[in-house]
Design a protein around this ligand. Sequence first.
Ligand SMILES: [Zn+2]
Length: 505
Amino acid sequence: MTNAFLRRTAVTLAALLALTLALCSGAFAGTTLYSGKEKPKYVFLFIGDGLGLPQLSAAQFLFAASQGKMGEDKLLMSTFPVQGITTTYSAETAITDSAAAGTAIASGVKTYNAGIGVDANKKPYRNFASMAKDKGMKVGIVSSVSLDHATPAAFYAVSESRNAYHEISHQIATSGFDYFAGGGLIDPDGKKSKAPKGNAFEAIKGAGYSVVSGRAELQKLTPKSGKVMAMNDRLPDGNALPYAIDYTPNDISLAEFTAKGIELLDNPKGFFMMVEGGKIDWACHANDAMAAIGDLVAFNEAVAEAVKFMKKHPKETLIVVTGDHETGGLTVGFAGTKYDNFFTVLQGQKVSFQHFTDVVLKDYRAKCGGNFNFEDMKPIITANFGLKFEGDAAADRTVLKDFEIAMLKEAFNRSMGGETEKSKDEMTYRLYGGYDPLAVSLTQILNQKAGLGWTTYSHTGVPVATAAVGLAAETFGGYYDNTDLFKKFCSVLGIATEPVTLAAN
Ligand SMILES: [Zn+2]
């Protein structure tokens, strides 16, 4: 290409771009707000962390394939009458983190990644959950991850950093909200804080909350119990609920926490409840499609509880389901499978990458006493992931090819050698992303055999789907930014739709 060509092309492109901008900037400007007289009394916001269209699509293809059908068998959100597309970029990057995304949705301002309830200049803002509380509505915050994690925190806390878990958890006590449920707290004692404020659970109890753990205690709660913080007994990683694929009968599901929330929050002045499916994201960070789909199913069951409630209050309920960003760069399609998919291959997976790392591999390490041998691992892999070492790979998609076995053997050796640290060199990072090398290789190979590809261990910058049903649902159609979700919710709740700063402290 000559310089003249490049110059000419640049001029033409610039002219086209200018024309396009002129055409678009005027057309249909501004986001749809709700102006109806009747405001919904019961408002639900479900956030699938890391839930983009690829996660939804892969799950829906698998559900259909598992019944021998082509096409997508829809989750509830896909059946909602109003569908929107929501952009997710942060103030500084095309790829947001959960803190900036949560802040955009809850407070209506763009911020840097890690900011909770502050704008890009660290100026604090109010979230609309607290404004709903001021209106007399009850407020519930439910998450499958710890309650001081970025997404739930954006709905009750202000913090310059999402990592200030201790300071964030103390804001549960001062929120005045009615129901916190799901995971626990990461730093209740302030071990990582420069200025510990004392045990956060004690502070929460001191503010009048009943703090309970386990199903028996959860079931005892009634609308007369007052303010509540409820957790699952078992919080195996990061003080979060287990992955749904690893649930045991004693584990409280996201749907159970949601149903209890509805029971406790129901009152004549109405309520707002935010429910987060937080581990869809964690599974996608680890490139584990089946763990993500399991948590998406658990999330869908929580949405079903709201739909059940809406059937009793059809004219007074609004349900909105969205994602805060896509995670993993998942797609339906992979180089090795071209135009084909073999979704049901995924069903051979019985445990999450996390359970495989923390329980199965830990047990093996303890038993082998340093004498590790890949031959021992083969039946363990087949039992947990359905991948076979013998057979005709052309006829049976679950049979591993020689190069896949070589990749697993290499990963096994690194795994047994203790290589689980955030990989220092880029080549190793690209292979394993800082996860257990064998666990992450197994889910990647299984996913690839199903025809699913991953591009990153982080988030991506593509927009997400937002779906709505019920009174004022039409407000949520269109292509709009995540900060517009704040405005839309404010208009639905009958409060001013511009972001509100908090007095500087
Ligand atoms: Zn997120």
